[in-house]
Design a protein around this ligand. Sequence first.
Ligand code: SAH
Length: 196
Amino acid sequence: MKKKHLEIALERLEGFTNPSFQREQYATPASVAAEMLYLAGLRGDLGTVCDLGCGTGVLAVGAALLGAKAIGVEIDAEALAAARRNAKKLGVDVDFIRADVNSVDLKGIDTVIMNPPFGAQKASSGDRAFLSKAQKIAKTIYSLHNQGSVDFVRSFVKPCIVQEVYRIPYPMKRCFEFHRQDIKIIEVELYRITCQ
Ligand code: SAH
């Protein structure tokens, strides 16, 4: 499947209906998800894939569309229900698990692909918790972060190594009252991290 086709398919998915500010619920835009997943495919990283904090499932469903065995972990039941509908809509099988990333136990995962909460709201659910769990369960991690996070991530994930850094344009839709423009393009960074 071509990247553009993947993006078009992912654009059809439903997002969060009542995004929670506390949980930093932003659905990854289809263009960004397609970029991440395509890169993972090129690197041969789409074996058994886990999306931590899968929300409405765009990354897990997209990974499954590219042939991965996909698992999605999410704490929010409403988001998870949407993720299940999204998998059905595109005709793929994804194993969705309702759990807190901090306590979930998973085995046999090759790759974690995630857009973690940035941690601005709550340290225990922020990117640190997600990166720690990802390191414990996978050999390869694709993780999306605010621009300029690379020094923090590099030192946080040691002895794992940030092998590649990509800048990706991220169209952020207005989803909370305090956002003024309808769409704002920001740049985010995608890190490919490997662990022994
Ligand atoms: N991966 C999705 C959603 C990103 S938003 C996407 O790419 O579109 C981050 C998600 O992490 C939200 O759905 C939020 O509910 C979830 N989340 C936050 N803290 C969590 C925790 N401790 N355990 C599991 N999921 C969590």
